[in-house]
Structure formats: structure tokens, C-alpha cells
Unconditional design. Structure first.
Length: 335
């Protein structure tokens, strides 16, 4: 089945590795078969434990990421009445204001709303089915007050789509499957892109008990590609071995995690990475962070079937990827 049989996930276990390792993609892109097999084993191990890894060697210009933050920050600094012109629902295109989301709802936890604002965009390439097009391919809404944002974000989304496809090829190989096992279902994906702004308490107020910048949750789709900033009120990852831990940070790296759809696709061999973003810290209440979050998804109509044993561990009933995604998006919407 695999072109890299030495990465067979059913072979003898390799020595213990960090729960959240850093993977340099350059040997994967240009290395020999042995180097690619080593990377595939590392990825398989990481996704079985935390569901996270860091990726370097991706070739995405840091100046592009900095430019998006600068343009988005100018928008988030606008008065609320201006931003409200671009209000969107969760999963839509536009501005998600304070109180729009509570990600802890997806775990069945009644938490206060998340302490963030978001600008959210998605693919601008329409689908050929009018009903699917209406639900998943609505036009992006670009704020006139941040004129540079469209050019920067469209360039960034093109790079993320390329990187997602390469990561999915790596994931197929990491399972000992054909390299295009996942990527062949991404010819017209409904990816999403959030610019999440996490201001300090002077904007959001003092956190309520149990309130986070983003509450504990798992992502919903295939692969999430996160460009984040370090901070005391930053990302934490949950593992069975260590509980909640600060996620490792490298300014050159993207933080990668898989979502619920991918975990079910692998028959729970891999775990959907549970995580949260801490509230503004008491000893640094003015801390401001901004994250760029690309959510990889499938082409609408993809039927997801769990990879069978010995790779998969749980045989889920086959399901429609976008029926599942819509239900998850609805679950975190604050009424």
C-alpha cells in the first residue's frame, strides 16, 4: 500500500520522542527515502499522543505573516460601530465580535464566551453546486478600512493551501497508506481562515471564572495550521501524560494539529489535539496576542470512512464531512 514501507506504523516502536516534536519539512521535500520514513514515524508518534507538532522549513515568508497582523490590528482598533458593519455568524465571512463564540460548548461545557475577536475568511473559488455554493462558498467580506488585508490574506491562503496538501501527503505516508490517501479529497476544500485578536483586560474586562481567550476544545476538520505569538496568556495543549501544558514555541514554526474529522478518519489512531488559549494573565493584564489560524477541510460531499485495523483502532460509521462540520460549527455559536 505504501511507497515507504519502512514507515509502517505497525512495526516495532521507535525510541521515545517529545510529545510535541519539531519537524523540518526540507528533508521531507527533498530528502531520500530513509529521511522521509524517519519523518513519517515522528509524525505518527506525535499525532498518537498530543495531536500536535511544530513544522519548520515550510518556506512561508515571515514578512507576509507580519503584514497581515499589522493590517488586521488596524481593523480591530476601529470603533465597535464600524466593525459591526462586517458582523458574521460563526463559520461565515466577516467579523466575529466579543461574545460570538464559546468553544467549550463543543465539549458540552457551559462556559462564558471566549475573550477574543476574529476576522474570518475562506476560499474565494466557487463550487459548481448552487446549494453547496450558497452554504460553504459565500463571498469573502473585506473591510474597506483595512485595504491591504485582501491582497495579503489571499496570498497567505494560497500558501496555506499548498502547505496543507503537502502535510496531508505526509500524513498519508505516516499511516503507511498511499501518499494521496487524504489529499485526493481536497481538490475543492472549504477551508477557513481566522485572524484571532486577543486583547488585554482594558478591552475585554476581567475574566469571569472559567473564561478563556478560547475555551478548551478540539478543532473540527482535518489539519489546522497555526501561526501564533508567544505569551503568558497563550496556547496550552492537553495530553493524558502531562495534563495541560504550555505549547512549545518557535517563531519560525507553524503549530500543526489535527481535528476531529481526521481523528475519526484514522479510526482514532491519531487524536484530535485538545487545546485552549489562556485569559489575559494577572501579572501582564495588557498583553495582546494575534493568531493566524488556517482550518483545513475536505471537498463537500466527501464520505469519511475509518481506516481499518491494524492502523485504525475504532470503526466509526461512515459520515458526510460537511454535515459533521456544520453541526460542530453550530455547537460553538453563542445564542
Amino acid at each position: 500500500m505504501s511507497n515507504t514501507t519502512s514507515s509502517d506504523p505497525t512495526s516495532a516502536a521507535a525510541p521515545a520522542a517529545p510529545r510535541i516534536p519539531t519537524v523540518d519539512l526540507r528533508p521531507w521535500l527533498s530528502g531520500d527515502a530513509e529521511a522521509r520514513a524517519d519523518i513519517a514515524r515522528t509524525v505518527d508518534s506525535a499525532l498518537q499522543t498530543a495531536g500536535f507538532l511544530l513544522v519548520t522549513g515550510h518556506g512561508v515568508d515571515p514578512a507576509l505573516r507580519a503584514g497581515i497582523r499589522e493590517a488586521a490590528r488596524a481593523f480591530f482598533a476601529l470603533p465597535a460601530e464600524v466593525k459591526e458593519r462586517y458582523t458574521a455568524k460563526v463559520g461565515g465571512r466577516g467579523w466575529l465580535g466579543p461574545g460570538a463564540e464559546a468553544n467549550g460548548y463543543s465539549e458540552g461545557t457551559e462556559t462564558p464566551p471566549d475573550l477574543k475577536e476574529s476576522l474570518t475568511f475562506a476560499t474565494h473559488d466557487p463550487f459548481d453546486d448552487p446549494a453547496v455554493n450558497a452554504e460553504w462558498y459565500a463571498p469573502n467580506v473585506w473591510p474597506a478600512e483595512a485595504p491591504e488585508l485582501r491582497r495579503l490574506c489571499e496570498e497567505y491562503l494560497d500558501r496555506m493551501a499548498e502547505l496543507e496538501k503537502e502535510l496531508l501527503t505526509l500524513l498519508g505516508s505516516a499511516l503507511g497508506l498511499q501518499p494521496d490517501f487524504f489529499s485526493r479529497h481536497m481538490d475543492h476544500p472549504t477551508y477557513g481562515f481566522n485572524i484571532n485578536w486577543y486583547p488585554g483586560v482594558e478591552v475585554v474586562g476581567e475574566p469571569e471564572p472559567g473564561q478563556f481567550r478560547i475555551g478548551p476544545h478540539t478543532d473540527f476538520g482535518t489539519v489546522t495550521i497555526l501561526d501564533r505569538q508567544a505569551g503568558k496568556g497563550g496556547l496550552q495543549v492537553y495530553t493524558d501524560e502531562g495534563g495541560w501544558e504550555d505549547a512549545p514555541f518557535d517563531p519560525e514554526a507553524f503549530t500543526i494539529n489535527i481535528g476531529d474529522l481526521m481523528a475519526r478518519w484514522t479510526g482514532d489512531r491519531w487524536r484530535s489535539g485538545r487545546h485552549r488559549v489562556l485569559p489575559p494573565p494577572a501579572d501582564s493584564p495588557a498583553e495582546e496576542l494575534m493568531s493566524l489560524v488556517y482550518f483545513g477541510e475536505c471537498t463537500p460531499g466527501t464520505i469519511v470512512e475509518s481506516v481499518p485495523a491494524p492502523v485504525g483502532r475504532v470503526a466509526y460509521e461512515a459520515f458526510d464531512s460537511h454535515v459533521y462540520l456544520r453541526g460542530q460549527l453550530d455547537s460553538i455559536t453563542v445564542d
